[in-house]
Design a binder for this molecule. Structure first.
Ligand code: ADP
Ligand code: ZN
Ligand code: ZN
Length: 818
């Protein structure tokens, strides 16, 4: 009897696709295995076997598969169930989930670009003949497509060869280009050879008599050389001489000093010993742990609310210990890659080589390795830390999922589909595995706390900081008044200046928070009022002083800053608003002796971008760290005593029903970085509106009050967690077509759902990358069926797409988190 398989293709197809297989293949194939299949006129894809059967498709003649890839399933049945849930719940296709769930090395296809890997020396002897042919071709051509490879080796099915070449590190796939491994490089200085003799040196110092700062640097370098054998870091020289980077740089430019780099690997794991004594919990932690275990007994998802620095991580460690001692795998999800840096170290102390890390900044090879380790349930992958994509690893025996900082918005994936929320998807995964699920936060999301209030989730809390450190003292400063009285220095109030001064005098560190990167979000001509806009998006260009550039934060467009107004030619340009770059510059001028660093999207590119800054701050090479919300999340710095929030207002005035909740969480979290060890920390919040309810609640640590108030508002306006909500975004490059389409779509929705439909409305940035956007929101009552609602929406989309004029309009769904 003819056998068939239904496969998932990694493209947005609504249905599974059927292929014919031989009897022999049928005996070998199992769900979750990969096959190379032809699709369309000439494409080849890697597809995933969904199931085998004996009924031919009615609508088309099934093609045969090209080849089976791999001996074992790549994906297990629990994963497939999980993917089905995600596709259904978040209104996307199984193919889209497949594509985003597995590392792209497993998804070779005819369009994949293949490059040679320059980073490793290839042992040609080690290559088979066909492999060598490809290797050789890549010496002459910078990249190859799969069909070109086929031509070279005169064979149709080349994916297995390519897979072998990836494993042998001979080739790379195109998309890897931007994430090549960059080891941490430390800058060192020495005297240039021409100046090392005593005589030369005398001459040199003579020549520098007019440049006292420079000669000070030279003298300090000598002292350092005399007192230590080891090479001298640039940062060391800066500190010893009191000279700035600029002074050292000018000496380098003159050829007096030479810079050189030494590679240092920061992530040196103490070869997997681990086995540090787990810390003894204090009574509050102990109590929380017991409450969590009891709640797990009754198979409930459990929320741990513990104030910042209460020692939640140590409680997690106990749970992980217990989980792996029962032979099960543990997954620890974090919202931000930056956090994994600190956590790896902490967890490895206890669990050594059992800890693996998985996130998008890892190279394909590294991701494939972790994937395989988890699949084979290796010792190395008993504990996996990761950002949201770690959720898709092929766990077999998951015993525990921890979702730390569960309130964080970055758990939601916005683009591309699946537009899932990792916390919610993790809870479903936990269910499928019958694993325990713990959510942790100092500032739980309204929906999670609501679930506790309703009794759906279990609950535990820690209300004190570890070591009985008092919660930081939070002071609100009215910058409107300060500005009126002319008491501001740049963007710094008197109070903030005073506190920075004392903190630095005490040898403690400062964090300054401003939720915007760049120098200023708007450049404006004072003569005619013109301000440069992005040509592709409806948004002003942000000024980045460091590169003298205007940049768009939505599409990446950039141009050089013009000397004069492009509209009227007047040279009087001014900036409005301020970002981290400006804060960094001002603080450098106000406190010229302090070492200032900056942590935002611009300074943390590359795999090790975060590590460099976090390490420098941890090791007190920096006194002050300026940053965006990136530095608010869960980082544990021992020596920070002051946190300054430059301007809280932009957080509060965001047009979004979650804005107040988010502002509370963000401010409480940043504040929580202050005074984590001994001394009580200090927080200064600058605002034009210091009497705002949310700021009061932050300064008095009143989570419960915030929760009550926000919940009341959500009830009033029918927002989550009371109602469910789906946002439908329509997208097209023609303004008129989009408007018409949005009218059509919303009218059809209203016919079914009446008053629960809002919009269509333009979002705050109504055009991005030359595509206009319009949003429609559907609110869904608690007694209304969510699956039925989604089906109705899908039906409307189908009729919509059947109108040829609208076919090119993109329809994007965001469920729950919009
Ligand atoms: P949270 O995650 O709640 O903000 P952390 O887990 O980072 O707090 O703990 C704050 C600090 O207190 C950490 O530096 C941690 O090492 C320390 N700490 C917490 N619990 C203990 C304990 N039981 N024994 C010793 N140190 C602890
Ligand atoms: Zn002008
Ligand atoms: Zn743009």
């Amino acid at each position: 009897m003819q056998q068939f398989i239904d496969v998932v293709l990694p493209i947005p197809l609504e249905k599974l696709f059927t292929y014919a297989i031989s009897q022999e293949e049928a005996e070998f194939l199992r769900p979750g295995m990969r096959v190379a299949v032809p699709f369309g006129k000439s494409k080849i894809y890697t597809a995933l076997v969904h199931h085998l059967h004996a009924s031919p498709p009615l609508a088309y003649d099934p093609k045969e598969i090209h080849q089976i890839l791999g001996e074992q399933p790549l994906v297990n049945s629990i994963q497939l169930q999980h993917w089905h849930w995600i596709a259904k719940y978040y209104m996307c296709t199984l193919g889209e989930v497949f594509r985003s769930a597995v590392p792209s090395a497993f998804l070779l296809e005819s369009e994949t670009l293949i490059l040679k890997n320059d980073r490793v020396a290839v042992d040609e002897m080690n290559l088979k003949d066909d492999e060598f042919l490809i290797y050789e071709a890549l010496q002459h051509q910078s990249s190859l497509k799969v069909h070109e490879v086929s031509a070279i080796v005169e064979r149709k099915n080349v994916l297995p060869i390519l897979n072998r070449l990836i494993e042998k590190n001979v080739i790379l796939l195109k998309e890897e280009l931007y994430e090549q491994y960059k080891p941490k490089l430390v800058r060192f200085v020495k005297l240039a050879d021409a100046h090392t003799s005593e005589k030369d040196l005398e001459n040199l110092l003579q020549s520098l008599t007019r440049a006292p700062k420079q000669s000070q640097v030279i003298l300090s370098l000598f002292q350092l050389n005399a007192s230590q054998e080891k090479p001298i870091k640039v940062t060391e020289l800066e500190r010893a001489s009191g000279g700035s980077k600029a002074v050292i740089k000018s000496l380098v430019d003159k050829g007096v000093l030479e810079e050189y780099f030494i590679r240092t690997d920061r992530v040196t794991y103490d070869d997997g010993q681990g086995g540090h004594e787990v810390k003894t919990l204090n009574p509050y932690q102990e109590e929380a742990l017991t409450a969590i275990k009891n709640s797990f007994e009754s198979e409930k998802v459990t929320l741990l609310r513990g104030v910042t620095s209460s020692g939640k991580t140590e409680v997690y460690v106990k749970l992980i210990e217990q989980c792996i001692s029962r032979g099960k795998q543990a997954l620890y999800l974090l919202p931000e890659i930056a956090l994994t840096t600190q956590l790896i170290g902490r967890l490895q102390e206890y669990f050594g080589a059992k800890v693996s890390v998985y996130h998008s900044k890892y190279s394909i090879q590294e991701r494939v390795e972790v994937w395989n380790n988890v699949l084979e349930n290796k010792q190395k992958a008993q504990v996996v830390i990761g950002a949201r994509s770690a959720l898709f690893l092929p766990f077999l025996h998951l015993g525990l999922i921890i979702i730390d900082e569960e309130h964080e918005g970055s758990f939601k994936q916005f683009d591309p589909a699946p537009r899932y929320h990792a916390r919610d998807a993790a809870i479903v995964l936990g269910n499928l595995h019958k694993a325990n699920v713990l959510l942790g936060s100092a500032t739980p999301s309204i929906e999670s706390f609501y679930n506790v209030a309703k009794g759906k989730y279990g609950y535990a809390e820690i209300t004190r900081r570890y070591g009985d450190v008092v919660m930081p003292d939070i002071e609100l400063v009215d910058i409107k008044e300060q500005t009126r009285k002319k008491r501001m220095k740049g963007h710094f109030s008197e109070r903030l200046m005073e506190e920075i001064t004392t903190t630095l005098e005490e040898g403690l560190q400062v964090i300054l928070f401003q939720n915007r990167r760049g120098y200023a979000p708007i450049v404006e001509c004072t003569t005619c009022g013109h301000s440069p806009q992005c040509p592709n998006c409806d948004v002003s260009l942000t000024y980045h002083q460091y590169r003298k550039q205007l940049r768009c934060h939505y599409c990446g467009y950039h141009m050089a800053l013009q000397e004069s107004c492009q509209a009227c030619g007047s040279p009087t340009l001014d900036t409005k608003g301020f970002g981290t770059e400006q804060v960094e510059q001002e603080i450098g001028q106000l406190f010229p002796d302090a070492k200032v660093g900056r942590m935002d999207l611009d300074t943390t590119r590359g795999k090790h971008g975060y590590e460099k800054i976090i390490t420098a701050f941890e090791q007190q090479e920096l006194d002050i760290l300026v940053g965006t919300q990136m530095l608010t999340k869960g980082l544990d710095f021992r020596n920070v005593n002051l946190v300054g929030i430059m301007n809280a207002d932009s957080l509060l005035n965001f047009p979004d029903y979650r804005a107040h909740e988010r502002a509370f969480q963000l401010l409480t979290q940043v504040a929580g970085r202050a005074g984590r060890t001994k001394k009580r920390g200090k927080v200064i919040i600058q605002s034009y509106n210091p009497y705002h309810q949310i700021l009061k609640q932050v300064s008095t640590h009143s989570y419960d009050e915030m929760f009550k108030e926000q919940l009341y508002e959500r009830e009033q306006y029918k927002y989550p967690p009371i109602n469910k909500i789906i946002k439908i975004t329509l997208k097209h490059k023609e303004y008129n077509k989009l408007n018409e389409a949005a009218e059509w779509f919303s009218k059809s929705l209203r016919n079914v759902f009446g008053g629960s439909v809002l919009g269509p409305e333009y979002p705050p940035v109504a055009r991005i990358r030359n595509q206009y956007l319009k949003n429609i929101i559907v609110k869904i009552n608690q007694d209304q069926s969510l699956p039925k609602t989604k089906n109705s929406i899908r039906r409307i989309e189908k009729s919509f797409k059947s109108i040829s004029f609208y076919r090119s309009v993109r329809v994007i769904y965001n469920v729950d988190h919009i």
